[in-house]
Design a protein around this ligand. Sequence first.
Ligand code: TYD
Length: 405
Amino acid sequence: MLECRACQRKTLNLFLSLGQMPLVNRFIEPEALSCDEKRYPLDVAFCHNCGMVQLADVVPPTEMFSDYLYFTGASEPMRQHFLSMVTEILESVGASEGDLVVDVGSNDGTLLSQYPGWVRRLGIEPSSNLAQEAERHGITTMCDFLNVAAANRAVELHGNATIVTATNVFAHVDDIRGFLDAAQVLLGGSGALVIEVPYLLDMLTNVEFDTIYHEHLSYFAVRPLLGVFESQGFEVTSVKRIPVHGGSLRIYVRPSRNPQHSPIAKEFVSAELEAGLGTNAPYRRFATNVAAIRSRLCELVISLKDSGEAVAAYGAPAKGNTLLNYCGITADMIDYVTDTTPAKQGRYTPGTRIPVVHPSALVERTPDYALLLAWNYKDSILKKETEYRKNGGKFIVPIPYPTIV
Ligand code: TYD
């Protein structure tokens, strides 16, 4: 029987199985097309003791993050997001000239590059290709997973940090207590840790089932997190909802010997209980809605193909690969997928083997329909792709229920 990652009780209920899934960021090189990919079960459970939602299986992190093709800087809206985040942090937490700021899971250094030049910046990033990319742009980066040993090394070399950020990485961590211990070492008793994670409530409400993949071990709400923060000597000073990645939480915590969470954290807990997150009902409803998306999307794409329409996909995010694989939408239904990430172009989508091409294909080839896999950037993409739309191109938005725009 599995143990809950947050409360450590054996109180998990499975509520969704997305089947055997390949690693969704492992885009295939042309010479490997004839090889079979490894697949792993993708089953999701919720803890009826503390409400934490989590995967039932953990793929070893070194298998997922050794050569990682997600580059934050490839998505322009993320630059804007990090600029406003850094501005907010500097205003609310404050920093002095020469202070150290650390970003964990720093990817290609996009977040750190938004800080002004008068702070010292350090990235901690396990994927060597990304760490090298960040270094090329002048961001000092330790190539490592964050744990207490890595944090001690960082402090020895650079001193303690005033601000530690962890955006879209806490959900990737199996040992969340060890991660928080390491953050304590980095901070050395003061300063702030700012975490951004996709919010469970948004995932359930908008049926964002495609954000479920092996890298995302946890699907966080505030309630299960409070006890974890407390046990590792952190108190929550602020929580807010932000629109990024389909709806996320930004949580500020600080070291405290006697943690007293801000009243806003308690308001979140009340709202989560009111939404039934402690009961089976929303998870059952979610599983039913996920199945309905699959039926409708398959029916729609098959009927378009049968009527001779050309269908492509827009964006090759990791989540798009959960969606394509779960729905069984493969290269005989989608001609190609466009993506702004140079490292993905020329490769094929894991499991479904659709060629990834440069975004210029959208206007040059004008498919009748483009399945919007990067739906989290819908507004900015619809604004940007006016020429395609003027030429008669339409988008299929798969989430929360397939629609054509
Ligand atoms: P994203 O949704 O940020 O994350 P994840 O991989 O975690 O699901 O990924 C967006 C992908 O879409 C990324 O590969 C870049 C690509 N993209 C485009 O091709 N065009 C765009 O206009 C934007 C914003 C992103």
